[in-house]
Design a protein around this ligand. Structure first.
Ligand SMILES: Cc1cc2nc3c(=O)[nH]c(=O)nc-3n(C[C@H](O)[C@H](O)[C@H](O)COP(=O)(O)OP(=O)(O)OC[C@H]3O[C@@H](n4cnc5c(N)ncnc54)[C@H](O)[C@@H]3O)c2cc1C
Length: 511
């Protein structure tokens, strides 16, 4: 294709799940996009050699039944668009267990199980009488209900409709930080218990807006995962899009969107041919959008640069360790996750339940998401990474973990479980804060409303055929659903595609 004489109808920047869903949808729905005739031609530019972005599954050496989910690891059976897409692509799934009675908490040096908590065991926090006997999750529920009493019974549209009118302590919810609500509802020790016991640190950040409560589904769908690993979803989309005629260029980084010839757009790239297109869709997280040159071309003077500050990218990292057998089963732990206030914060157990994915009888090798951290706790692991040293045998050469980091993780695991932890056979570390991602997922920042920002970001310059989609500025941040529901809105509104025939009524589309 000559880039100038043969403009492409749609250039998609970003080969994560949002960009690949767009490409597959355009080539299979086949409605003409504005300004063109016939089924749209599509080029996807992906800066990495691998498509899939924040869905990244590693198959550890010698363990064909295991999948190490370096990025997203589960979806909910209540997420209609995701469930229907997975069915349409014919991908196998299974349940994903989040809590097991034997899973541990090690908080302030005290070790207790989920079962102990449910039985009302005392915790090492001086809780208010009404807080005693509750799990951190249950206490967080009281915080959420203080803001939106009927949260569990209203749907996503109803939740969003409250954004403008909801007040807390006489102030509009837009201006209230989540941490303020938690501190007002909980006792000081109750607050510490919830922050420590949930395993996530970001709740302490005053930049996380209370408005994020309205974007969380508390109707408690059941978690599922893909039998072949979550990357099977973008992989299937990429294969089906290519089969249907989309061109996917891996290892090509977009630098800027400029004016092209004859009123077209031109995507400048890092060393590869530019792409001339009728429409450009930027399917990128916040940091990758900020890295584009927005100072010239059709987006110069648009609201996009300013609107990037409406979301916060949350630092997040994972360290996986692989063992010849699941030593935690000796403690009665089969699956789920343990939580601690040590810098490792969360540890998730995966093992022989994955046999359906290709396990051989007798292969007992198992893996641990040995640390799963967000926000401040991530800095601890970044320092261990930066300290360097020889790498531990890696599950994937692109995801090395220094020996010092693995030793530190083993020490913390031993403290959490109260047993000696054997030497792992391999390790894999990824810090999603590194470019181009800037963080694992996003939250709406205190001072901003999603209902105002989302439509502006999706169409940053009126009259210009540039669209933005992806998880970062979606109505379902932190989820694959956000990537898909924002892409779906762009497909229907800006690219004139019909709704998907395979999706059920009520499937999520961003407002
Ligand atoms: C640790 C972690 C845990 C998570 N857990 C879950 C979970 O359990 N369930 C869930 O549903 N979601 C989870 N998520 C979120 C989920 O992974 C994301 O919402 C989703 O994958 C985002 O897809 P996206 O297409 O919007 O963005 P991305 O996946 O970030 O895709 C953007 C793509 O653009 C590429 N790119 C960047 N800059 C350029 C450029 N200049 N030119 C060309 N290409 C570029 C990137 O390489 C990337 O491939 C998790 C994420 C992380 C990191």
């Amino acid at each position: 294709m000559d880039p100038v004489t043969d403009p492409v109808d749609v250039a998609v920047v970003g080969g994560g799940v949002a960009g690949l869903y767009l490409a597959w949808s355009l080539r299979t729905r086949r409605a003409a996009v504005p300004g063109a005739a016939g089924a749209p031609s599509v080029v996807v530019l992906e800066s990495d050699g691998r498509t899939g972005g924040r869905l990244h599954t590693v198959r550890p050496p010698g363990a064909p039944h295991l999948r190490a989910e370096i990025g997203g690891m589960r979806y909910l059976d209540s997420q209609r668009l995701v469930v229907a897409l997975i069915a349409a692509l014919g991908l196998a799934h299974r349940d994903f267990t989040m809590l097991d009675d034997h899973d541990l908490h090690l908080l302030r040096g005290s070790r207790f199980t989920v079962a102990d908590l449910r039985a009302g065991a005392a915790v090492p926090y001086d809780l208010a009488p009404a807080e005693r006997g509750h799990t951190p999750q249950e206490l967080m529920g009281t915080v959420v209900r203080a803001l939106v009493p009927d949260i569990a019974t209203i749907d996503a549209a109803a939740r969003r409709a409250r954004e403008r009118d909801l007040v807390f302590g006489g102030r509009p919810v837009r201006d209230v930080a989540m941490v303020e609500v938690a501190r007002q509802v909980l006792s000081p020790e109750g607050f510490e218990y919830v922050m420590d016991g949930l395993g996530y640190t970001v709740g302490r950040d005053p930049e996380v807006g209370a408005v994020n409560v309205l974007h969380t589904d508390y109707s408690v769908g059941r978690p599922r995962t893909l039998t072949d690993g979550m990357q099977a979803l973008p992989d299937a989309l990429a294969a089906a899009a290519a089969e249907a005629g989309a061109e996917i260029r891996r290892g090509v980084r977009a630098l800027a969107v400029d004016h092209g010839p004859d009123g077209l757009l031109r995507v400048a790239t890092d060393g590869a041919d530019p792409v001339v297109a009728r429409h450009v869709v930027l399917a990128l997280p916040r940091a990758a959008l900020a890295a584009l040159d927005l100072s010239t071309g059709p987006l110069a003077g648009s609201t996009l640069a300013a609107d990037l500050d409406a979301v916060l990218a949350v630092p997040a990292a994972k360290l996986y360790l692989g063992f010849p057998e699941p030593w935690w089963e000796r403690l009665g732990i089969m699956t789920g996750k343990s939580v601690t206030d040590l810098p490792m914060r969360q540890c998730l157990y995966f093992g022989v339940e994955d046999e359906a994915a290709g396990g051989e009888a007798g292969n007992r090798s198992a893996l641990l998401a040995a640390t799963y951290t967000d926000d401040r706790a991530t800095g601890y692991w970044q320092a261990l990474r930066d300290a360097g040293g020889p790498a531990w045998p890696a599950a994937d050469p692109a995801l090395p973990a220094p020996t010092g980091m693995v030793a530190d993780a083993r020490r913390q695991l031993a403290e959490l479980h109260g047993v000696d932890v054997p030497e792992p056979g391999w390790a894999a570390f990824r810090d999603w804060t590194e470019p181009p991602f800037g963080g694992g997922w996003h939250y709406w920042r205190t001072g901003h409303l999603s209902v105002d920002v989302m439509p502006r970001v999706r169409r940053p310059a009126p009259g210009v055929n540039v669209a933005v989609c992806g998880e970062a500025f979606s109505a379902h941040q932190g989820w694959i659903l956000g990537a898909l529901s924002s892409a779906e809105r762009v497909l229907q509104d800006q690219l004139a595609q019909p709704p998907p025939a395979w999706a059920p009524p009520g499937a999520e589309v961003d407002p």
